[in-house]
Design a protein around this ligand. Sequence first.
Ligand code: NAP
Length: 253
Amino acid sequence: MSQNPFRLDGRVAIVTGASKGIGASIAQIFAQNGAKVVVSSRKQDAVDEIAAEIVANGGEAFGIAAHVGDSQALQHLVNSTIEKYGRIDIIVNNAATNPVFGPLEESVDALEKIMQINVKAPLELAKMALPYLKEHQKGVIINVSSVEAFIATEGLGCYSVSKAALNMLTKSMAKEWGKYGIRANAICPGLIKTKFSEALWSNEAMLKYYLKQTPLGRIGEPEEIANLALFLASDASAYSTGGLFLADGGILQ
Ligand code: NAP
């Protein structure tokens, strides 16, 4: 264990959905704390940009495009990481989709895609990385979930279903892979200021309603999720696995 238990020196992390928002912030904070980071999203130019920023700030990173719904792309992501850095210590399943905002009865056709991106892909990537995560007996999986896993919000039905499933997937990973020294935890953010949630925070009435229910009285910033991810990726959280960590300004209280 390094002297500062939050440091990630020598470790290699793959972060999906890392071209912007929460994922980009996680990639940057991991690199600032010594990790070699593989920055991934669907667009090569976008991940190259974040990787270049990290390198310009003295960190180590490179970008690999991968649509997480494409098994071959995920395998390429894992293989390229091994070719470049020779190991995988940390997987952050952060990419997600929410193609519908509307009544449940009109969301049936979208359910399969949502489950594929938000639930199947995290399991598939973890499975592909499993042999490498096992190698050093301290692999880490972080699944970026949501407060929507715990409450039903009108219009977000299928998304909530997928995040509830992701929470249980996290617990199952923790249960089955603890024997390999692998820890799996989920982060459940409330409203964070990113492109993904823009429809919510840019609507004045909706924002007002949301803030009224939030004890801290404000929405969150991507860095506030990334710092929690750093804790969960590092030895600072060595005895935590199967946890569902809220970062929601208190809205679920
Ligand atoms: P964001 O700013 O929109 O970023 C989403 C990232 O995912 C981008 O890098 C996007 O890049 C990538 N992406 C999207 N679909 C992908 C796919 N199929 N394959 C690979 N990459 C994909 O979103 P965010 O708010 O940071 O969200 C990150 C995570 O936080 C998600 O799991 C979301 O459910 C969760 N979350 C967010 C909030 C919030 O209020 N923002 C609240 C709770 C939970 P490309 O377009 O280049 O692929």
